[in-house]
Design a protein around this ligand. Sequence first.
Ligand SMILES: *Cc1c(COP(=O)(O)O)cnc(C)c1O
Length: 429
Amino acid sequence: MDKYRKEQYLKMGISEAVYEYCTRVEENLKERFQAIDATAEYNQLKVLHAMQKNHVNAECFNGSSGYGYDDVGRDTLEQVYADCFEAEAALVRPQITCGTHALALALLSNLRPGDELLSPAGKPYDTLEEVIGIRPSKGSLAEYGITYRQVDLLEDGFFDYAGIRAAIGEKTKLVTIQRSKGYQTRPSFSVAQIGKLISFVKSIKPDVICMVDNCYGEFVEEREPTQVNADMIVGSLIKNPGGGLAASGGYIAGKTECVENAAYRLTSPGLGKEVGASLGIIQSFMQGFFLAPTIVAGALKGAVFAANIYEPLGFPVIPDSVESRHDIIQAVTLKSADGLNAFCKGIQAAAPVDSYITPEAWEMPGYDSKVIMAAGAFVQGSSIELSADGPLKEPYTVYFQGGLTWYHAKFGIMKSLDEMCRAGAAHLT
Ligand SMILES: *Cc1c(COP(=O)(O)O)cnc(C)c1O
């Protein structure tokens, strides 16, 4: 049994030394993996329960065209999301083009001129800077007379409660909290921490809308932020909740009023959720959501495995090898350009799609250095599939995430290490 497996790894270019090292590391992760599986098992039941409760049936998969009136599948899917996340309502649509669009929609539809948006947890995700107007941009909140305030995190990465209290004022209408660190070095927040922050904000101003950018966080824990009083959670379907099957789309779940506001902005005042043809994608959205807890577990195992592979070899990792996880992103500081290139080459070579391509760093608009990216995905740009990227500059940190199966994530990481060893950028002692 082990013999065939090892032979196959060697056949696919993994050196014996890398195979032996990785096998030893994996043996020590049994307990971590058991805990991840237990969370996935719970979340599987949670999703299944929502599907059964809403009588998902074959008719749901018929799809609609044109206006999309009375689209049973679309409406049922939205109720499944809402029930699973213990929200009053949800908007889950292929017409929401990506995570940034979903976040922009939630903000632009729930804020009015004269309102203020507050980020109590530091700088938001890069693409939101233009949505908010921190970097001037057409159609930004700033252009509509919506102001923005930010309270940075304390040195230790936690909330500055005194600063937040001082920043909440007359105009504060909506508070945005990003669960995942994204591509920053701060820690990601647990749902419990987010819940505490929401309680604090509401104790000062009860009617403030608390929105959580839930990207990369879905199904990592047993609870979602809507279960700790978030008014809205927002995310992308080509990340966790799409389960690798959704080819596009985004979601907003939460209070009925917040979700309806978003629907009236996505389609039109007067129309809201009633229109929006589902064009035959509901089965993939529903089935992807069904698979998502397992897919997320595979990606999480990959992230934990990578931290445990690279940390002992002298590469700083965030989160570290033993920390609890609140999202699926892993950062590894590779300390050299050769290392970063080799790592990405390995991830690409491990892909089911485009494996024969060698990724090269390029001048990406908006960045002050070249950026290298590795991805060989079934869905373009999907980051629930194994992918890695990093700016080609000191300290040469790669961010990687995803993996539709644990075995694929594992192979990708083994391949990355193998390439690094070949390039002389990593050494097995
Ligand atoms: C990915 C991501 C976004 C934006 O999503 P896109 O689909 O890339 O537009 C926003 N916030 C966080 C934390 C993310 O990880």
